[in-house]
Design a protein around this ligand. Sequence first.
Ligand SMILES: [Fe+2]
Length: 316
Amino acid sequence: MALNGIDAIVFGVADMAEAKRFLDDWGVAPVAAPPDRLVYRTRDGAEVIVRRHDAADLPPAIESGNTVREVVWAAANAQELDGTLEKLRGLPNFGIGSDGLPRVTDPNGLSLAFRVSNRTPVTVKPTQPNAPGSHQRVNQRSPVHDQAHPINIGHVVMFAADFAAMRSFYTEELGFIISDEYPGHGVFTRCQPVGDHHNAFILNRPGRPGINHVAFTVADIHEVIGGGIAMSKKGWKTEIGPGRHPISSAYFWYFENPLAPPLEYYADEDYCTEEWKPGTFERKPELFAEWAIVGGIDGKTRRQVRASDQSGRGHA
Ligand SMILES: [Fe+2]
């Protein structure tokens, strides 16, 4: 019995107009919604729901500022959902919301809701690489993306006020599986035995619960780079990226935004089965990123800048 991913994330924000401007640029699709909220969907139908931070019916915030107010986890069918909820039903804060969805709060105080998934899995063929003796892309150019189109909401990363309690809640109550771990500092968990490397990553930050980032999957490194450059050109500020995580293997690019702590485009993460061997690692900066560009890139290469330079020094 397992959950199969994130069906929706609800954000509470101070400035709805700025949130709308960001999401229009981010590449998720707007859908009709009541006037008090914004609703966007990824390609598989996962919802990004934005509410005013002071909306009376929003679950409490676990930190100040714009942030995640609820994560809606999903199961493939009613039987899987029931199996997952079995352990949660005994928890003191388990309840059924006014919308009929079962809910609990995690040890950080974050509201979690559960439902049978509304998503339709998307099959994506990333750009195939060529190498001497191994030509997987024949008579076909590799694309340049001028906009990302996020496929799903792949993971949420949380700062745990009580790391042991959060680790135990996600692995023992929710049944998430440990993919890799920095003992005592961070644990990468996936919500199903066969699936992407992590759906929830929990970081130890004693006494200060919070959201570290929320991540959107794109097809491949070319979409990470093209989508990120598009965001930069529209004026959105890079938090860090592009870069590559050695743990999970993914390419990433994080952006500051008016919804929450950073939002991430990422691609090409490890895919795990029961045969995956979880690693334990000592926390050090090289394990966050093999390489990363701090301030982002904006498509203004030296040659492009010189081409628009009227001084005549345009030929390097
Ligand atoms: Fe991430």
